[in-house]
Design a binder for this molecule. Sequence first.
Ligand code: XIL
Length: 910
Amino acid sequence: MKKIFALFYFQLFLLITACNPTTSNKSNATVASTTPSSAVTTLSLKSLVNFPIGVAVPAGDADNSLLDSPERQEVVKKHFNSLTAENIMKMMYLHPEANRYNFEQADALIAFAEKHQNLVHGHALVWHTQAPKWMNEYQGSAEDFSQVLSEHVTTVASHFSGKLTSWDVVNEAFTDDEVSTYRDTIWYENIGASYIETAFRLAREADAKADLYYNDYNLTENTNKIDRVIEMVDDFQARNVPIDGVGFQVHITTDTPSLDNIKAAFAKVVKRGLKVRISELDIAVNQAEQYSQLTSAVAQIQRQRYAEVVNAYIESVPESLRGGITVWGITDQDSWIPGFKKRADWALLFNEDFTEKAALQGMAEGLSGIVPTNKTVSFDWFEYQGKDEIFAETLPKEQYQNPIVAGFFPDPSITRKGDDYYMVNSSFSYAPGVPILHSRDLVNWKLIGHALTNSSQLNYNNLGLSKGAYAPTIRYHNGLFYMINTAVASGGNFFVTAEDPTGTWSEPYWLPEIGGIDPDIFFDDDGKVYIAHNDAPAKEPLYQGHRAIWLWEYDMEAKKVIKDSGRVIVDGGVDISKNPIWIEGPHIYKINGWYYLLCAEGGTGDQHSAVIFRTKSLEQPFVPYAGNPILTQRDLPKNRTNPITSTGHVDMIQTPEGEWWAVFLGTRPYDKNLYNTGRETFLLPITWNNQWPHILEQGKAIPYKLKKPTTTNQLVDADTLTGNFVWRDEFSSTKLSPHWNMLRNTYRGWAQLGNGKIQLNPSAISLHTKQQPTYLGRRQQHMTFDASTALLLPESSQVSAGIVAFQNSQYHYYFAAKKINRGYKVFLEQVKNGEVTHINSVEFDGISGQQLVFSISANKGDISFAYQVESEDKVYFAENLDATMLSTEIAGGFVGSTLGIHSRIEGSEK
Ligand code: XIL
């Protein structure tokens, strides 16, 4: 039986990986030369679900104590929100002598948990194992024993009352026999069966809030045992003995028990309306003792098993009864299995060196309801090539190219720490949120990460693509980076902080007092902190587009907006008598004794502009500059060649050399007001006149090329983000490039990198929903481009996979392949104004694993689709279709297009 299971999983693994023609002749069971790793991108278990995700941790005097291990703490911080003491809250630790309790170690662990906002589960009040010597040697009457037990339960439960989410009140009270019965422990032997209910009653008396669990092992494999526990539950419920749930230890193997057994056992508890916890999860792989190390094939089997078991929990336990899942240990080195079972094993989620195992991926998949099947699809590479005419000419060495960052990088904000510049942009409902770019010369940039990578910071489910993260401001102050932003329709204004802008960024500090959008954070030299932002005017708006800039004082120490400090500092705009519209994007600076307020006016479209105000004191009104706007392209002739339009939303920065520069957004339409590239980031020098900053003379066109900032600093490994370039991802690293974006939510575990491929586990969620489809997109940075990708023809006839040109859920193209009876078909789907049109499909003889290259060629408003099956001719599938529907003008919203890979589960073939 065991063998059959192992074979099944192994075949599954082959199915998943066999699609690679270049490796299909190699053995898949080769021992990984390095520890198998599955890190695709920032994945956080706890962010995937809304019930506790816990881990048992060593503490106290243990060599591997969490409290002395920064590596373990990192893992815990990232993935878990609940802790169980692996040992130190057991009887022998808490109650070492008859008259002495020792709470010190447990209290230290609880203090750690409190500091890191972790829940704590207590394990275990009453158990026969790991009881102190004095208890085991105790002699006395039934009453004496009862007294010992009662005193222990009451003292311990009272001590921790208010600090724990739940308790294992009694652990392992039943036998594994064919007719499961009370285990013969010191408690049963001396008190009788009543010791169990006594413990539950006293625990409730001492701690009214903690959920009380009965905890045991083998409950998912031994029907008699779970039935015996249920008998007790029924009896307790009939007699009002307090019990809130059953803890299933789930120390299992990759072979047994079956998923059906697991589900049936959970269902019995659910039926009684009690909570179900997986209290001690680990999945052993070496039960047959056939391995001396974890091979990559076995790691995949384990991943699959974690996904299935965790998914079985999600499927059979309704949300209200999910007490949570706790993994029994952090790394394989911490695991109790090798010691207890006297064999090598690797049952947990992390390798000894703290790297993530495929098992972690599996746990994430299970939590997300995505269990890998043979529906998994693989892509071998993705290539994007920009071909804009305007970038064709070579750039003189002393000049830089505008835009400095091409394609959907709107609303730039910039800060400097020493010689290093950091820039952020809006990302709307893409995830991760708020890209962070790094530069040392202002013209060469590298995308180093994102500020919003956790679902506590970003959760845009069911939102349109142009909601989510709006215009951010980034500032460096006193050793800390601040990124302040609005989560539109998903929480409002907040800021996050980081010592290192690459990450990790803090949890959000929400600003419920502050409405509107575009918050700016300003650190005055007297220590005061201010937040300026756009919001409705103080009184009824006088006209459409009438907005105001507000200023609030912020108490950084208390992390609180100072109550009633908010006031309007600009009403309407530079001159309210002219009905100025959409004053927004404020930034405040203090320069040579003046406070400057830089804002955008006119809306982010072609009427956009930048305007400046100043004052000597924040108590005094801001006075607008007579020379406003200091940047606009709105009055230039509409028919000029290669126009740059919509310029505004400026942030400015001084270089260490003393020069001033402005970053701002602009667009490059190819026809009238049509652009698919979104709003991009441009750079211009600032000159000063009577202590007023000037960016560009009115009536002058933004230059595409001009003299670089003065500096000898450079970034050695900058990305190429402007000009014409080729970007190719071979999918050969272990971490997903930050240039790939997902939709609406943090990564939910559906992608895996390995063997130079990316595997996607599709869901039924299509691109025209407002959820997270299996889609990875990179920005369209040119009006003329080619994009192509190599798909390995999928094994399953229930999926499609291919390339996408995506503006939003209502406007996109999906060009994909799908297995059918006679071979495969390629099809093209157009979604325009939300309507799905099947453009065309072509059938061909293909075999699974064969490579199919999809390509998209676009030139401004035209888009063409072609494909090529390995060693056959390229087929020009659909030529010069409408690409204007991928423009902001037609699709609406604030984002630019992305190009990427997608897969989805298909209904059965008609
Ligand atoms: C184990 C710990 O992991 C070991 O460190 C210790 O030596 C023995 O106990 N069921 C339980 C847990 O309820 O308390 C056990 O923990 C594992 C089995």
